[in-house]
Design a binder for this molecule. Structure first.
Ligand code: ADP
Length: 320
């Protein structure tokens, strides 16, 4: 979809039916890393791509960055289709890769200038000092990169990703291996950029990081988007607990236990889910008894991200 120059796209990034298949090698079978991903990342958001290792997050980012070729489907960045307008699409995005790559022979200032040159940013429009200052690297502007700590190198990578002033910044696992204090610094810079209007996309496998920063989260699992919603609504799912009741006599349907959600498992157990902030086990049990169910056995279950994945990936039609 083309976007006229004078209007801003609603979505900073849009993927439709995105498929990536890595070809088989002698030692590895063919791998469908993305299985038809539809994703719309709203302009202005801090968007988290959350998922376990191997989910396909980096593959997605690498396609955006132009480092991996998609197999099929379409992607546009800032309204610019990556097949039809690769250069324009690239101009709209800055990508901070996962690996720390050190330009051993350059100082941070030189490294920034080289990067700006690669992107064709005219000398008068360069923001080297501003970006280095924003990342807390003014002191180190003229030091050799090999003298920087891991955290400093990572901040330099963020600064480099911003040399061409892209409206979209993508960070692949930005805080992996970064200590707590630097992590907070990085987060606050990301938030500051976002307040200036930059759409931020980050991948993480830390729920805590996504919670702290992102307004919208997509959960990716085995190459599929299994949820994409506001952080608040996702967390509401996570603050629920379940009481699992084995009834004395088999139930044929789950009783209505409103306001609690109830469901029957294939083994006949009744699962009642409640919000930890709103009710307790005692109230759930009262509701179960009031519905005429005699309890033979029971236990509680706490959700974790894994449970959310499971509940999001299982097909309710099949479970019924
Ligand atoms: P994530 O970033 O969520 O950890 P990746 O996108 O790195 O996931 O990987 C998704 C799947 O694709 C994994 O099974 C991974 O082993 C596979 N994969 C990633 N890169 C390659 C590659 N270059 N060649 C073959 N398989 C790959």
């Amino acid at each position: 979809m083309n976007t006229p120059a004078n209007t801003l796209p609603d979505n900073a990034i849009e993927a439709r039916g995105l498929v990536k298949t890595y070809a088989a090698t002698k030692t590895t079978p063919e791998m469908r890393a993305l299985k038809g991903v539809d994703l719309a990342i709203p302009r202005g958001s801090i968007f988290g791509l959350l998922g376990p290792n191997g989910a396909g997050k980096s593959t997605f980012i690498n396609i955006l960055a132009g480092m991996t070729r998609k197999t099929s489907g379409s992607v546009s960045i800032w309204g610019r289709d990556i097949d039809e307008r690769r250069r324009d699409a690239s101009a709209a995005i800055g990508v901070v890769p996962q690996e720390i790559a050190g330009d051993v022979f350059f100082t941070p200032r030189e490294s920034m200038e080289v990067q700006a040159g690669l992107y064709g940013v005219p000398k008068t429009e360069r923001r080297t000092d501003e970006l280095l200052a924003a990342m807390g690297l003014t002191d180190k502007a003229d030091a050799y990169v090999r003298q920087l700590s891991g955290g400093m190198k990572r901040r330099l990578m963020v600064a480099k990703a911003m040399v061409h002033n892209p409206p979209v910044l993508v960070l692949d696992e930005p805080t992996a291996g970064v200590d707590v204090e630097l992590r907070r610094q990085l987060w606050s810079y990301v938030e500051a950029l976002n307040r200036q209007g930059v759409t931020v996309v980050l991948t993480t496998h830390y729920l805590e990081e996504a919670e702290a920063l992102c307004d919208t989260i997509a959960i990716v699992n085995r190459g599929e988007v299994v949820a994409c919603e506001s952080t608040q609504s996702l967390l509401r799912r996570l603050d629920s607990r379940s009481v699992v009741v084995t009834p004395d006599a088999p139930l044929f349907t789950a009783p209505d236990l409103a306001p609690f959600e109830s469901a029957l498992r294939a083994n006949g157990d009744l699962v009642v889910t409640f919000k930890t902030g709103q009710a307790g086990v005692e109230q759930v049990l009262s509701a179960v008894r009031a519905a005429g169910v005699t309890i033979k056995d029971l236990r509680t279950e706490d959700p974790d991200l894994e449970d959310v994945f499971v509940s999001l990936t299982s097909d309710p039609a099949k479970a019924a």
